[in-house]
Ligand binder design. Sequence first.
Ligand SMILES: O=C(O)[C@H](O)COP(=O)(O)O
Length: 206
Amino acid sequence: MSGTLVLVRHGQSEWNLKNLFTGWRDPSLTELGHSEAKAAGARLAARELKFDIAYTSTLSRAQLTCQHILDAVGQSDLDTVRDEALNERDYGELSGLNKDDARAKWGEDQVHVWRRSYDVPPPGGESLRDTGARVWPYYMHTIQPHVLRGETVLVAAHGNSLRSLIMALEGLSREEVINVELATGVPIIYRLNADSTVASKEVLAG
Ligand SMILES: O=C(O)[C@H](O)COP(=O)(O)O
């Protein structure tokens, strides 16, 4: 057995609440989002998890979530690396649009394909494959070495940047990844084997 990797999607953002495509735009957390992030931290603290390093994106909602978790586990000053490789999928021209308005304009099926398919990008934006093409190398070269040294690593990021990471970690097919949905503020604890495969997975739902 090797180390521990904790993945968590940020708490509810102001644009999640307004049902807007967000992508690389930078809304903050709502009150509920702050509470979700603190609750995620409390659940990790109850497991007596201590982190060696934390990674997050360059977007506020993920950074705030990361900090709430570190505060909750008593590690407010832990080394935290921010990198845009972990940012949400770029939603291109959909960014800022209401998701129901988009369904009315382009149809439910097309919007679902843009949101959940593996390789169909939204107009001017990234497909999940495009997102994975930046997330996975960053994970492999920068994050995974810590886990394989036996460390415990926190990654606070986004629905689709984490879906692309989970797809690769778990070896999911392009069909299987369509059904992967990440709730806000719910940590997933992976224990990795020394050969970097997944030994166990635990979802800390509320
Ligand atoms: O960027 C966004 O709008 C959300 O964080 C994720 O959106 P999705 O559920 O439409 O992929």
